[in-house]
Ligand binder design. Sequence first.
Ligand code: UD1
Length: 422
Amino acid sequence: MDSILVRGGTELAGEIPIAGAKNACLTLMPATLLSDEPLTLTNAPRLSDIRTMTQLLASLGAEVTQLQDGQVLAMSSHDINNLTADYDIVRKMRASILVLGPLLARCGRAVVSLPGGCAIGARPVDLHLKGLEALGATLDLKDGYVHAEAKAGLKGAVFEFPLVSVGATENILMAAVLAKGTTVLKNAAREPEIVDLAQCLRRMGAQIEGEGTSEITIQGVDRLHGATHPVVPDRIELGTYMLAPAIAGGSVECLGGRMELVSSFAEKLAATGVEIEETAKGLKVTRKNGRVRSVDVETAPFPGFPTDLQAQMMALMCTADGVSVLEERIFENRFMHAPELMRMGASIDVSGGTATVTGVEKLKGAPVMATDLRASVSLILAGLAAEGETRVSRVYHLDRGYEHVVRKLSGVGASIERVHGE
Ligand code: UD1
């Protein structure tokens, strides 16, 4: 298995291009199932999760062609010939559940494996199922699969999510665009990925209003047509690379970065004492000298501080001046990076959903293990600030969500390399 070697202590300088958003792309790809005409996505990220979704769509009969080195995905769902999303693919990636709404809306029937447990908590899909039931689907859970049917087609309804869910909002939104009549989604997620999905669906002929607010209104249409849509920049990759100079020192300009995608995160980062500047090309982060200050963080649905940046922010807090309290409010069990950071000399006390980090002057390089996608990149960030060598193993987690991480960080001067097969 590959690992990544980081030698800390080098200040960073230069530019990092930000890719299209993994999480947006993973919901835009299943949208192809809603139409028999082609959907083309530009600015797609090159990641193993995208390959998994490609595999899943292909298993249903869709064609997905990668163009321009994978940055363009040309998709066609003209010939859907299988309505079952198999466990073997779904278990690899939870976002696979996002084919359920579109298949049901277009074909009136779908059988989708329940995604397995996940390292960052139980992560049920009950809200996806409740929302589809509200639109008139009948659901049956058998042998680990959801069997969904809407013989007479889906019907618009008013549905209020009992708690904010990004994936459930996406699934129900995609189902509702082909339902008969009006659907109103209350307490909907407001993430930029939802806004991106709504924009893409509108390009395909859907009638949607209110995306980006907690109430989305969808007027069902009979069919959708083809479209071309650029994937929104990845706000989590952006936040991750904004943290790199904050941790290692120096200055990095994140190309394509936009403040409105990361405003609450940027506010916290600025409060630690680093400079953030909006430039013509993106966002530039500079840490001149001295330690950053500790800040407290509480994760929340957008526009709050993203749970997907909690691990990376913790890496910064490990060497900050003072004590930081990090509260994880979205997922239970999302502090698996803490014991790994402690192997590098960090002082962290975890109690339930709260981690208290007392900053130390220096971290020390150590062999550490990635436990999930965001945890793995937090260990790389910590390695940038550590004395000596940090070896991060199990980097397949990283390949799911960060394209060319070694190339991007070494491009700004970090000493980092991928070691094959160890
Ligand atoms: C998406 C993101 C993930 C991010 C998360 C929260 C993708 C592919 N993944 O995940 O990176 O960390 O949003 O911003 O876009 N819940 C239920 N029942 C459900 C669905 C969710 O109880 O049916 C709970 C979850 O366990 C969690 C909370 O709701 O505690 C939020 O989860 P959700 O927003 O659905 O996350 P995902 O869409 O899975």
